[in-house]
Design a binder for this molecule. Structure first.
Ligand code: NAD
Length: 409
């Protein structure tokens, strides 16, 4: 059975609404995006033929500020996924208290099948269709799966030409030489470690200083998370990419793994480690599990087998509602995606702010602001958790929903 992420998102909100007796009418409004559009994008292929691609933009809620969220290029993109991701963006921005609402977009395409010139024409074609509904104070897109700073640059250029608005703040996640922010690359992974440190300090979960950590993924988020966690003394014992993972209970040594992956192109057969599957990684005897790759990897089928005491959700939507119930029953603490991976949206906000004000901050300034903002968000979530004696996820939703509802008033 396929798991519908939009249904998951709505059930997470419903749980919070029942826990904190939130305003029923407002909660019903929040279960539906304000607006979503589907667009047909004609693309002239390099061989002279034409193909029509389907794109979406979902604008969930803007009570707290402009809609904000990435654009995904993937063959599995669909309207429910885009709606769910825009919903999660509203809540993520509210948890971490940045003045944005939630939005998300996508195109049904496998970008690996396009030439660079076709990819540029497709990116510009998408903006041609949605430019009237985006803008620095309306809706601010960013990169997501398979979209990059280069793609944001093409989109921004197309937007500027069509809207006669020269502001760079309509898109974030741009390259540094095109108005991007220092620290954006590290933001999500480092932000996750800032949250992790606060969890440990709060003693909600008892962890040794050198607790063992298994991380699913070897991309932007997971590598910066691994690097920062190892630096403060945690033992990274397992890592994986789409082809499988590696495990050494004594610790892998992140920098060595990075060098090995660079030279061999894979993680497999890393010296001293055992090769494992992605499924095995999730069930290892570790203290902390960090899903940092895909949605729906922790389900009712494997949740009972998870041995970690703490799960830090760096991917969006890695845990299904059924798995959440099992984790709560087994006393496994789950730090939800809308808190754990919110470092990225914080620095996206800093980029937008710098563009709007004509400022340019250095990396130290950015990371210091990020650390403060994430620590405050964790303290706010913990307060709700203690007040309602609920999970971190429900506490984060209560906090975010209340912040959005206050502005809807
Ligand atoms: P990425 O493309 O850089 O890395 C993804 C990693 O997942 C790669 O190592 C890839 O090999 C691995 N992977 C792919 N298929 C896999 C599979 N079947 N099993 C295990 N691993 C697999 O992506 P990223 O930017 O690191 O994003 C990872 C997750 O974090 C996504 O869920 C994304 O939505 C979420 N996220 C990212 C950011 C950000 O700023 N990049 C912010 C918030 C949330």
């Amino acid at each position: 059975m396929t798991i519908n992420p939009f249904e998951t998102a709505k059930s997470q909100l419903q749980q919070a609404a029942e826990t904190a007796h939130l305003d029923k009418d407002k909660v019903e409004q929040l279960k539906n995006p304000d607006r979503y559009v589907e667009v047909a994008i004609p693309l002239k292929m390099d061989n002279g033929s034409q193909k029509i691609f389907t794109g979406f933009r979902s604008q969930h809620n803007n009570a707290r500020g402009p809609y904000k969220g990435g654009i995904r290029f993937h063959q599995d993109v669909n309207l429910d996924e885009v709606r769910a991701l825009s919903f999660w963006m509203s809540f993520k921005n509210a948890v971490v208290n940045v003045p944005f609402g939630g939005g998300k977009g996508g195109i049904i395409v496998n970008p690996k099948e396009l030439s660079a010139a076709e990819l540029e024409r497709l990116s510009r074609g998408y903006v041609k269709k949605i430019y009237p509904i985006i803008g620095p104070e309306t809706d601010v897109p960013a990169p997501d799966v398979n979209t990059t700073g280069q793609i944001m640059g093409w989109m921004l250029d197309e937007y500027q030409k069509r809207s006669f608005n020269s502001s760079k703040a309509t898109f974030t996640g741009k390259s540094l030489d095109n108005g991007g922010s220092q620290g954006r690359e590290e933001a999500t992974g480092f932000g996750g470690v800032y949250v992790f440190e606060e969890v440990v300090k709060s003693k909600v979960v008892g962890l040794a200083k050198d607790a063992s950590v298994a991380i699913q993924g070897f991309g932007n988020v997971s590598t910066f998370f691994a690097q920062a966690a190892e630096k403060i003394g945690y033992k990274i014992v397992a890592l994986s990419d789409s082809k499988g993972g590696i495990y050494n209970p004594e610790g892998l040594g992140f920098e060595k793994v990075l060098a090995y992956k660079k030279s061999s192109g894979a993680l497999k057969d890393f010296p001293g480690a055992k090769n494992i599957s992605n499924e095995q990684l999730l069930e290892l005897p570790v203290d902390v599990l960090v899903p940092a790759a895909l949605e729906n990897v922790l389900t009712k089928d494997n949740a009972e087998k998870v041995k970690a005491k703490l799960i830090v959700e760096m991917a969006n939507g890695p845990t299904t509602p059924e798995a959440d119930i099992i984790f709560a029953k087994n006393g496994v603490a789950v730090i939800p995606d809308i808190l754990a991976n919110s470092g990225g949206v914080c620095v996206s906000y800093y980029e937008w702010y710098q563009n709007m004000k004509g400022e340019s901050w250095n990396k130290e300034q950015v990371l210091e602001k990020l650390s403060k903002q994430i620590k405050l968000a964790f303290a706010d979530v913990l307060e709700q958790k203690n007040k309602y004696n609920c999970t971190f996820r429900t506490a984060a939703y209560v906090l975010a929903a209340q912040r959005i509802i206050d502005k809807m008033e």
